[in-house]
Design a protein around this ligand. Structure first.
Ligand code: HOZ
Length: 431
């Protein structure tokens, strides 16, 4: 029962488009009323009606240490006491840049921004400025924030609402975005053979996390690297979701690929608004004021966000952190699969580091077309039943799930028990 959430949603819808400040939160694809949250601690969140949930969204990725981590909170408090924003350089920004450069070998130079969208938008502009070319390549179902050039056949909220290409993007702009199939090496090679010398950049989620979770097939990322190198195009890894979540060196470290530029967000801000783009020195030298590509922000490198990010990264980069996180995330997936088997419902799940995909389909999908074959009606039913059992999954069949280091064995067991009850009831209801 969530009467307080319902009342707040009723009021919000009159003042805020759809009652929310980011579309997936509106529950449009799963139906029903969004849950309004009041507080969260560790792996748990409480709504305005006093219900407790085991949280598998983690603020869509940032809460890798769990909510309200005391070390992060202390760092935020310390920074805030010194002033919320200066609009001038600080030592903290340099420290975060040093941490990013040390952890991710492809990052030689980096700029801090305030969101993942800003990071990807800026990286595309830099790639275009660097190459003098306009065309970019993206993959169907990948989401790179809501920059104009990138809202073409996008994932996440756009896909959830069934509008993967947004209104309001001038066709003259969208025509420069070429959309290929994720994991289709042959299509990438053919495209580059034909028009490679006109492509400014390929932007890709090295693990797609905005059409549910789709893993790169062996050789796919390597093929992108080779094609970009051969044709002088900039390879951009969008690690906003995967950055420091899947491995200490992010997805590029895991798969051993060196992109030219990378974008980050989520984990590097530890729950505060922070993003970054960075990469090769010669490419980043095009960014103003050293180069001709303009990019700026009043709150870029905000000292409070930087403090949260630094405190988070310090812990995430401790030896063994990702081993523990991966083991818990695998256990969550195993619990879902076991529950599906017990109920006789076709379901699969897989994880990388602290990120997972759950699919109402016998095998994990390998591309957008296969994601579309998942039984989304079943997911929606499952989602609401899990909510009723106190488990908060992303309110869309097209989003990845996130686990924090504070999810305990008890949380995993409770999630498995809830899934078993939910799926068994679903199987019975279907007769
Ligand atoms: N674009 C985010 C999921 N991939 C959703 C962000 C939000 O609603 O907060």
């Amino acid at each position: 029962m969530r009467p307080n959430s319902e009342a707040l949603f009723e009021r919000s819808q009159k003042l805020i488009p759809g009652g929310v400040n980011s579309p997936v939160r509106a529950f449009r694809s799963v139906g029903g009323t969004p849950v309004f949250f009041e507080r969260a601690l560790g792996a748990h969140a409480w709504d305005v009606d006093g219900n407790r949930y085991i949280d598998y969204i983690g603020s869509w990725g940032p809460a890798i240490l769990g909510h309200a981590d005391p070390v992060v909170l202390a760092a935020v408090e310390r920074a805030a006491r010194n002033g919320l924003s200066f609009g001038a350089p600080t030592a903290g920004e340099l420290k975060l840049a040093e941490a990013l450069v040390a952890a991710v070998p492809s990052i030689e130079s980096v700029r801090l921004v305030s969101s993942g969208t800003e990071a990807t938008m800026s990286a595309i502009r830099v790639a275009r400025g660097f190459t003098g070319r306009s065309r970019i390549v993206k993959f169907e179902g990948c989401y790179h924030g809501h920059g104009d050039s990138l809202l073409v056949k996008a994932g996440s909220g756009a896909l959830t609402l069934g509008q993967p290409s947004s209104a309001g993007v001038p066709p003259e702009l969208a025509q420069h975005t070429l959309v290929l199939q994720y994991n289709d090496i042959e299509e990438v090679q053919r495209t580059f053979r034909e028009i490679g010398d006109t492509i400014a950049a390929v932007i890709v989620e090295p693990i797609a996390g905005n059409m549910n979770m789709v893993l790169p097939q062996p050789g796919f990322l390597q093929a992108l690297r080779e094609a970009c190198t051969r044709h002088g195009s900039v390879l951009i890894f969008d690690e906003v979701m995967t950055g420091f979540r899947v491995a200490p060196g992010s997805a590029q470290g895991l798969y051993g690929i060196v992109p030219d530029l990378s974008t980050f967000g989520k984990v590097i801000g530890g729950g505060m608004p922070l993003g970054a783009f960075g990469g090769r020195h010669d490419v980043m030298a095009f960014v103003a004021p050293t180069g001709p590509v303009y990019q700026a922000g009043t709150l870029s490198g905000n000292p409070v966000a930087v403090a949260a990010g630094l405190a988070t990264l310090e812990r995430v980069l401790e030896p063994g952190f990702h081993d523990r996180l991966s083991a818990t995330t695998r256990a969550v997936c195993d619990a879902f699969v076991a529950a599906g088997e017990a109920a006789g419902i076709a379901l699969s799940a897989q994880s990388v580091g602290g990120m997972f995909g759950l699919y109402f389909r016998a095998e994990p999908p390998k591309n957008f077309a296969e994601v579309m074959q998942c039984d989304s009606a079943r997911f929606n039913d499952f989602f609401h039943r899990m909510l009723g059992h106190g488990v908060y999954l992303a309110p869309s069949a097209y989003e990845a799930g996130f686990v924090s280091i504070t999810h305990s064995a008890e949380d995993v067991a409770a999630t498995g028990a809830a899934a078993r009850e939910a799926l068994t009831a679903m199987a019975q209801d279907r007769g």
